[in-house]
Design a protein around this ligand. Structure first.
Ligand code: SF4
Length: 219
């Protein structure tokens, strides 16, 4: 594992669990709004052993571990690492952009993940413009999550580039979701476009309820 960082305690990253967050290095996307850019090409990595020793000590005190990034599915030994966490008694959450259905499928098939949060960044046709790469794998990974019995959600950061009509189309273009989180965009640059406020996102979530009953504003 290429681990770029460890958040030792997080209360809101893993629903209903007190969790640590492991940030892996590297990503196959290049989103202009990325807040974890420093992790993408992190020069200094942590030793897996150092992270696991910490998690061994916290076993029983923390409920879960979030595998985040960067993009965790780029890590070749992700399933093995998740298996070690499960062996320590942790619930495991994966944060992913959904581009590698095989890696997600391995975790699901092995019973190595309890919760998946997958990004739904934009209308699929706009992925190259917004993420720097196509939406390959997204629909396949979505199908795997639908067929699974674990908890999962899709989440969209409400970027200024996304028009409200597009947010509606996105909600219509996926099947009914167990949870669809609309997240506040926190600017990483000087914006030329108007940034959606928490009130805007609450209003949009309300308007999407007819399409996605489990939509929520996460601001
Ligand atoms: S997928 Fe996530 S980590 Fe990767 S560039 Fe986009 S926002 Fe950053």
């Amino acid at each position: 594992m290429n681990i770029a960082g460890l958040l030792k305690t997080a209360t809101i990253d893993f629903p209903h669990r007190l969790a640590a967050v492991v940030f892996t290095a590297g990503c196959n996307y290049d989103c202009s709004f990325c807040h974890n850019r420093a992790l993408l090409g992190a020069a200094e990595l942590m030793e897996d052993g150092e992270v696991l020793r910490f998690l061994e000590k916290r076993a029983g005190l923390l409920d879960g571990v979030v595998l985040s990034g960067g993009e965790p599915t780029l890590q070749k030994d992700l399933a093995e690492f998740a298996g070690t966490l499960k062996g320590l008694g942790y619930d495991v959450k994966l944060d992913t952009n959904g581009s590698d259905p095989e890696a997600v499928g391995r975790l699901l098939d092995g019973g190595l993940v309890d919760y998946v949060a997958m990004d739904y960044k934009a209308p699929l046709s706009r992925y190259p413009e917004i993420c720097g790469a196509g939406a390959d794998g997204f629909l396949e990974t979505l199908g795997l999550l639908q067929a699974s019995e674990i908890e999962w959600e899709l989440r969209t950061t409400v970027l200024p580039e996304l028009r409200e009509e597009e947010l509606r189309e996105m909600a219509e273009d996926v099947p009914p979701l167990p949870l669809y989180a609309l997240q506040l965009y926190r600017p990483v640059r000087i914006e030329k476009l108007r940034v959606y406020t928490p009130q805007d996102i609450g209003r949009i979530a309300e308007a999407l309820k007819g399409v996605q009953p489990n939509v929520t504003a996460r601001c």
